[in-house]
Design a protein around this ligand. Structure first.
Ligand code: PSU
Ligand code: MN
Length: 299
C-alpha cells in the first residue's frame, strides 16, 4: 500500500504501546537549517522521554514512511526541492517519487493508515485572513473533520483569521480543547483574546474524551491546544506588529497558496531576530511531551 512502517513503530503498534506521529513540513518548510534538524531530533527525544515511540512521517522514494531513521531525518532537513504535501498532492508525490514533507493534513493521513492515534505538531493550518475573497482555507481543517487522529498543537498561528478558524472547526464537528487554560492559544502567544471552545486539565481526561468521540462513531480528529510556557512566549500584542508587517509584504510580493505559510513563518523569524524561532521550538517540544502523555493514556 506504499506504506513503509519503521520496525520499532510497527512493533510498538502491534504491542499496543504508545506511538506519537510527528510531521515533516515543520522540518523542511517551517524552520531554517540547522535548527530544523536539531528540533526534529529533540521532538523525537521528548516523545521517548514521555514513554512513547516517535514516528516522523514523510514521503520518500514512492512510499509514505512512518518513522524515519536519524540518517533520513538529517538528509530531509537539508534536502532541496522538497514538495509540501497535503491531501491533494499525496498520490502525486508517491507516483513521481518526489521527496515530500507532510503537512498536518498529510501526516494525519499517514498516521491513520499506520494505526497511530496521536500526533504532535507546532500549529495547525486554518482560515487565512482575507479568506472571504481568496478562499484560502487550510486543508488541515477538512482533514481534522474526517480523519480520526488527535492533534496536539499550540493553537493556530495569529497569521490566520482565528475567529473564522474556530467557526470552521465548530461547523465541521471538530472539538477544540485547550489543556489547562480557558484561552485559545495563538501559537507564539499563550492567549489570542479568544476563549477556547473546550477545556480539560489532564492528559487522562483528554484521552477519555478522544476515545469517547471515536466510541460514539463520530470519527474525525480532535484539536488539543497546549499553550507555550510563559517563559517562552511572545505576547499576542507584541506579535501583532510582526505579523502585520509579514502579511503586508506577502501581499506586496503576491505570495499565495501553499507558499504563504512558509513565507510568513520565515519572515517572522527574520523580523523578530530569531526570537519567534526559539518560541516555535519550545512550543513544539512542549506539544511532543503532552502528546506522549495522551498516547500513553490512550494505549
Ligand atoms: N506551523 C508551523 N510550521 C509549519 C506549519 C505550521 O509552525 O511548517 C505547516 C504545517 O505543516 C501545516 C501547514 O499543516 O503549515 C499549513 O499550511 P497551509 O496553510 O498551506 O495549509
Ligand atoms: Mn492554503
Amino acid at each position: 500500500m506504499h506504506l513503509k512502517i519503521d520496525p520499532e513503530v510497527r512493533s510498538a503498534l502491534q504491542g499496543k504501546r504508545p506511538v506519537v506521529a510527528l510531521e515533516s513540513t515543520i522540518i523542511t518548510h517551517g524552520m531554517p537549517h540547522p535548527e530544523n534538524l536539531a528540533t526534529a531530533r529533540s521532538l523525537e527525544s521528548q516523545v521517548r522521554n514521555g514513554g512513547a515511540v516517535p514516528a516522523t512521517i514523510a514521503v520518500i522514494g514512492g512510499e509514505i514512511c512512518v518513522g524515519l531513521s536519524d540518517a533520513e531525518l538529517e538528509w530531509l532537513a537539508s534536502a532541496k526541492n522538497v514538495l509540501k504535501v497535503s491531501r491533494n498532492d499525496l498520490a502525486y508525490a508517491l507516483v513521481t517519487k518526489r521527496i515530500g514533507a507532510t503537512t498536518v493534513a498529510a501526516t494525519m493521513i499517514g498516521a491513520h493508515l499506520a494505526g497511530i492515534k496521536v500526533f504532535a505538531t507546532g500549529g495547525i493550518g486554518g482560515v487565512h485572513r482575507g479568506a472571504e475573497t481568496s478562499f484560502d482555507v487550510s486543508a488541515d481543517l477538512e482533514e481534522l473533520a474526517r480523519t480520526p487522529v488527535a492533534v496536539v498543537c499550540a493553537g493556530a498561528k495569529a497569521i490566520l483569521d482565528l475567529p473564522k478558524t474556530l467557526e470552521y472547526l465548530e461547523t465541521r464537528g471538530v472539538p477544540v480543547v485547550s489543556y489547562g487554560t480557558d484561552a485559545f492559544p495563538a501559537f507564539w502567544s499563550r492567549q489570542s483574546g479568544l476563549k477556547s471552545p473546550l477545556r480539560l486539565d489532564t492528559a487522562a481526561e483528554i484521552a477519555r474524551m478522544v476515545q469517547m468521540k471515536w466510541d460514539l462513531g463520530l470519527g474525525g480528529g480532535v484539536v488539543i491546544c497546549n499553550p507555550v510556557a510563559q517563559a517562552d512566549e511572545i505576547p499576542f500584542d507584541e506579535m501583532q506588529e510582526f505579523i502585520d508587517t509579514a502579511i503586508s509584504e506577502s501581499e506586496e510580493f503576491g505570495i499565495k497558496g501553499k507558499a504563504l505559510t512558509p513565507y510568513l513563518l520565515a519572515r517572522i523569524v527574520e523580523i523578530t531576530g530569531g526570537r519567534s524561532l526559539r518560541t516555535n521550538i519550545a512550543l513544539a517540544q512542549n506539544n511532543a511531551r503532552l502528546a506522549a502523555e495522551i498516547a500513553s493514556q490512550l494505549s
